[in-house]
Design a protein around this ligand. Structure first.
Ligand code: ADP
Ligand code: MG
Length: 294
């Protein structure tokens, strides 16, 4: 299925008024990610950092959900808690229907994770990496070869498959990292800033891969600092600032809400929604959260 921005907006499922309610009780909907009152405090010698201050989330199965916020907002911390990589200070989270604190191993089997810093061995080829990953997850060597080929096709790396990773561009490494997060066919894929640092063309290619992965049935939870990325790719977004969710809805709903409040024409952009939500100015946004066409 091809998704364009218009279709993506139409597919959104959770009405915004659910925001302050008990997220586990949205009727008739299978949730891929749900969290209530999620808190993370980092305690160190220099004091306590309240990185995440009571985040609630309800991501429906099948969505591309965007977690948008400036540097330091708490995006990576939230992702690390949801993916069992970091302890939860308080609150609860379920991913793919499984309680993260009670059954972390079961959660790990159901998720794929591509973090901000990809850990790829530069001496391997792309194909070798994927075959190894598939073997580690219990595939036979025949199955592993077939899986590697399928994923190389999915992320458009067939031509580069047998070259060493050290010769790959930043965009190719990001796409290989995406493929390696999919080896065990996860229900939910977490991507932490998958396009940060990529040139505009590579960014568009990663967007295509994300759409294709989602069209195969995988729920995608994606953090980004790029407003246009969230607008283009995500059915629904939450804006996080200072460890708290300050807006949540489809891109269309968020723009519509602001337009009704301000009664302005033309309709606001997602950038204006972001500025309104976070109290930032355009100058601060320029060094903080960006459009993609810079
Ligand atoms: N390991 C850590 N120890 C202490 N503070 C941290 C640690 N990791 C992140 N922080 C702080 O927690 C806040 C949220 O960080 P993070 O989740 O990385 O934000 P984002 O991914 O949105 O940029 C920031 O203030 C950051 O400085
Ligand atoms: Mg981060």
């Amino acid at each position: 299925m091809e998704l364009d921005a218009g279709v993506a907006t139409e597919r959104a499922v959770v009405p915004q008024q659910e925001m302050s309610q008990d997220r586990s009780s949205v009727p008739g909907m299978k949730l891929a990610v749900e969290a209530q009152g999620l808190v993370k405090q980092y305690r160190g010698r220099s004091g306590t950092v309240d990185a995440v201050r009571g985040v609630g989330l309800a991501v429906a199965a099948g969505e591309v959900f965007g977690f948008l916020g400036p540097n330091g907002a708490g995006k990576s911390t939230t992702v690390r808690m949801l993916t069992t990589l970091m302890s939860i200070t308080s609150g609860t989270a379920r991913v793919a229907g499984v309680d993260v604190m009670a059954e972390p191993d079961a959660v790990r089997r159901r998720i794929g994770v591509a973090l901000q810093e990809a850990g790829l061995d530069p001496r391997q080829t792309g194909r070798e990496l994927l075959v190894l990953q598939a073997r580690l997850f219990g595939s036979s060597s025949g199955q592993a070869s077939a899986k590697a080929q399928e994923l190389l096709e999915l992320v458009d790396l067939v031509d580069a498959a047998d070259r060493r990773i050290k010769g790959y561009s930043g965009g190719m490494k990001r796409r290989l990292d995406l493929a390696s997060a999919l080896v065990h066919e996860p229900e939910v894929l977490f991507l932490d800033e998958p396009t940060t640092g990529l040139d505009p063309a590579s960014r568009l290619t990663v967007w295509d891969e994300v759409r294709r992965i989602n069209a195969r049935g995988t729920t995608v939870f994606l953090t980004t600092q790029y407003l246009e990325e969230a607008d283009q790719l995500c059915n629904r977004i939450a804006i996080i600032d200072g460890g708290r969710i300050v807006r949540e809805g489809t891109p269309g709903q968020l723009k519509g809400d602001l337009q009704r409040r301000r009664a302005t024409a033309p309709p606001p952009t997602l950038e204006e929604v972001f500025l309104d939500a976070t109290g930032r100015t355009r100058e601060r946004v320029a060094g903080d959260v960006k459009g993609v066409s810079e």
